[in-house]
Ligand binder design. Structure first.
Ligand SMILES: Nc1ncnc2c1ncn2[C@@H]1O[C@H](COP(=O)(O)OP(=O)(O)OP(=O)(O)O)[C@@H](O)[C@H]1O
Ligand SMILES: Nc1nc2c(ncn2[C@@H]2O[C@H](COP(=O)(O)O)[C@@H](O)[C@H]2O)c(=O)[nH]1
Length: 304
């Protein structure tokens, strides 16, 4: 190799190394091992540092709870252009960014204030189907497992579909205050939401979804007014009846009982914060998850 070629190869290797180092810092920031403030301080201390080459936008996006829309708005307010790197910030921009990171950006503790969302609706509208889709496709959402005194249906698994309890154990849980809410549903069996797993998940900053009946939804709102209530609707009454009969898990008598509850429940939809029509399972699940995201963002940043 002649000398200019050697220079080109060395420069290209250095560029690759710098790109890798930048990616490693970005990764560390995203993993929250480096706080955004520390990264900013390092960048400002040395314009030669890898941190100095990070884009402000990427730094802000690494903060838990700050999404792209919010980040763009924050950058506009700080008067920093989207392509700006930390090294390229002017003195006033540096001060504004530092002030934002230290005092106004969400902290990890704030992100623990995540949402509790209740999905309710009439029998056979598809609450279980939509919840199962969310469980299988959105691991970031924590699904509450209810307790019930009804017998398992074929294929239902204890501890996954429900905790199947006898009356004595259900009574004990009520007496020990272990339910966030509980109710007799369809005038028959008792169902309840165990409270400790929900408190734990919320404390860990997760979003929690409860799939429960309308009486339970009202109790949750009473106990935790910050909870969001989502009502799942069928495309039509006839479709609801088709789904209930098509599921084939209830006797004709039980179907009748459930349909008469459903009429009353449909009348309660205006009490809910949001309504989602379940014409297509994936689309309905997406809508519910999106509502959870929006609610979480409002909780975290609404006051800002
Ligand atoms: N979008 C949909 N399109 C067609 N069928 C659906 C849809 N969503 C659910 N179903 C079907 O409707 C039936 C009832 O669904 P599911 O058991 O999930 O209802 P549910 O609201 O949980 O009922 P329940 O309150 O009685 O437990 C099931 O057979 C399911 O496969
Ligand atoms: N109040 C509560 N209702 C619950 C809970 N878990 C489920 N449910 C509701 O019960 C009916 C019937 O369910 P099924 O599995 O027997 O078809 C349905 O509307 C569920 O949403 C709960 O913990 N609390």
């Amino acid at each position: 190799m002649n000398p200019p070629e050697v220079d080109r190869v060395a420069a290209s290797r250095a560029a690759v190394a710098a790109r890798r180092a930048r990616a490693a810092v970005k990764h560390a920031v995203n993993e929250r091992r480096l706080s955004a403030v520390t990264v900013l301080h390092t960048a400002l201390a040395s314009s030669e540092s890898i941190e100095a080459t990070l884009r402000v936008r990427d730094l802000l996006l690494s903060i838990p709870g700050l999404g792209p829309v919010r980040v763009d708005r924050v950058m506009q307010r700080l008067e920093i252009s989207p392509s700006k790197r930390l090294a390229g910030l002017g003195v006033h921009q540096q001060e504004r960014l530092q002030e934002y990171l230290e005092h106004r950006a969400p902290t990890i503790d704030e992100s623990a204030l995540s949402r509790l969302v209740v999905l309710a609706g009439p029998t056979a509208v598809g609450k279980g189907t939509v919840s199962t889709f969310i469980r299988e496709n959105h691991p970031e959402v924590c699904l509450s497992v209810s307790a019930t005194t009804r017998a398992p249906r074929p294929g239902e698994v204890d501890g996954v579909s429900y905790y199947f309890l006898d009356d004595a154990e259900f009574d004990r849980m009520i007496a020990d205050g272990e339910f966030l809410e509980w109710a007799v549903v369809h005038n028959k069996s008792r169902y309840g939401t165990p409270r400790p797993p929900i408190d734990r998940a919320l404390a860990e900053g997760k979003s929690v979804l409860l799939e429960i009946d309308i009486q339970g939804a009202r109790q949750v709102k009473e106990a935790m007014p910050e909870a969001t209530l989502v009502f799942l609707l069928p495309p039509s009454w006839d479709e609801l009846v088709r789904r209930l009969i098509g599921r084939g898990t209830e006797s004709a008598e039980e179907q009748e009982r459930r349909l008469s509850t459903a009429r009353v429940e449909l009348a309660a939809q205006s009490e809910f914060d949001h309504r989602v029509v379940n014409s297509d399972v994936e689309a309905a699940a997406r809508e519910v998850v999106e509502l959870m995201r929006i609610q979480k963002a409002i909780d975290l940043h609404g006051k800002e």
